[in-house]
Ligand binder design. Structure first.
Ligand code: SF4
Length: 398
């Protein structure tokens, strides 16, 4: 059954409750849903219903196209002056001896390792330490661009920038401008967590506020840079906090149009100060992707990090609004594995990622950071490929 038929079939069901019917009609008519309707979805909508709506939007925007990129990560330090309760990564308090703090030469050496590789992006994020200041990053961005000008630098979040600019006594705008001129191209979406102070103060009390996070993205957008936005869900927040979070992003996106992808991040409870908080189920992960796709009507892309949610859930998520599963990591990031993700050594070749997407009937598109198409793998056959049997996802056949 194609997507139009699925939504028609849903609407022809006389047993559908009036609240869910109204939302389904809005989605069909491409109308925005309200804050209260977002909360209503979290409280009342089951997975098959959400899948139909989210898949309808996803397929209207992107058809079967499913994006990934070829990138590598640099994590300049895993030591951090902040104290986020959900963080499994920072070695500031415990296990300081396991900490690392790179210098610019060390970071450039990592870039050089990829000289012969067809990567298009370096993704840089990690902890916050005084030595890695404005001049440190300006120096790294300049040298990185001098070495390889075609490599897109997607680096740091407002958590780092707020700290760095404050120490350098620069406004958010002037700081971003300075680093853009040094070579910074765009910003990843981290550090957003949950914006509402009721939750933020409990899980991330000492880092930048929601307003500071949003302002730094706004200044970057003013300078013509693009960025992403995340949401850390599934811990102590309530459903309305998630909607509040998405709503603040939707409002800024209405103003600037500078966001590319929204990336829900699942809270993992290994080795952190919130280990007593249980993790949510895969069903809740999929419901959350779907509601994000429905609510964030001005975001082009919903992204799932396969390294964080596992390959199987990443495949499933493609039927619940997700159209991007990030990059071909080669074990260069520790952020997910240290938090307890299923992928303890996240590495996937282009061939494996292409197969993962094709296996669920979607079309793999390699993109650059700005979603320009680099390669369409839809009809591409790798020489040594053993094709597994194709199967359809057993969902949403209402
Ligand atoms: S989440 Fe980021 S800012 Fe918070 S303690 Fe961990 S590394 Fe530092």
């Amino acid at each position: 059954m194609n997507n139009d038929h699925q939504i028609e079939s849903l609407l022809s069901n006389n047993n559908l409750n009036p609240g869910l019917r109204k939302i389904a009609e809005k989605v069909k008519n491409e109308e925005r849903i309200s804050f209260d309707e977002g909360v209503y979805l979290y409280e009342q909508a089951d997975l098959p219903y959400l899948g139909i709506l989210a898949n309808y939007i996803r397929n209207k925007r992107h058809g079967d196209l499913t994006y990934f990129n070829r990138n590598f990560h640099i994590e300049p330090t895993n030591i951090c002056v902040y104290d986020c309760k959900f963080c499994s990564y920072s070695r500031m308090i415990k296990q300081r001896e396991e900490g690392w703090e790179m210098d610019v030469d060390g970071m450039i050496d990592i870039v050089k390792k990829y000289d012969k590789e067809p990567v298009t992006e370096v993704h840089i994020t990690g902890g916050v330490v005084p030595k890695q200041n404005l001049e440190f990053y300006a120096d790294f961005f300049t040298r990185c661009k001098a070495h390889r000008s075609d490599l897109h630098i997607k680096a740091l979040t407002p958590v780092e920038y707020y700290y760095i600019f404050k120490k350098a006594k620069l406004s958010h705008y002037d700081g971003m401008k300075y680093l853009k001129e040094a070579g910074l191209d765009s910003m990843p979406g981290g550090g957003a967590e949950i914006f509402h102070p009721e939750i933020r103060e409990k899980i991330a009390h000492d880092k930048c506020t929601a307003e500071q996070w949003l302002d730094i993205h706004e200044q970057a957008h003013k300078l013509g840079m693009r960025s992403n936005a995340t949401m850390l869900y599934g811990h102590i927040e309530e459903f309305w906090h998630r909607v509040d979070h998405m709503d603040r992003l939707r409002q800024l996106q209405d103003k600037t149009g500078g966001f590319q992808a929204f990336i829900p991040l699942k809270f993992r409870n290994k080795d952190n100060q919130m280990s007593d908080v249980p993790e949510v189920s895969v069903v809740e992960d999929l419901r959350n992707y779907a509601i994000a796709r429905i609510y964030m009507d001005n975001f082009d892309h919903i992204k799932a990090y396969w390294a964080m949610i596992s390959r199987n859930t990443a495949q499933l998520s493609l039927n619940f609004g997700v159209d991007d599963i990030d990059g071909t990591l080669d074990d260069t990031t520790k952020i997910y594995s240290m938090a307890g993700a299923e992928e303890q050594n996240p590495a996937m070749s282009t061939q494996q990622l292409v197969r993962l997407i094709k296996d669920v009937g979607r079309k793999p598109i390699e993109r650059d950071t700005l979603y320009n198409v680099i390669n369409d793998y839809t009809d591409f056959e790798f020489e040594d490929e053993v094709k597994p049997k194709f199967y359809s996802l057993p969902v949403i056949n209402s």
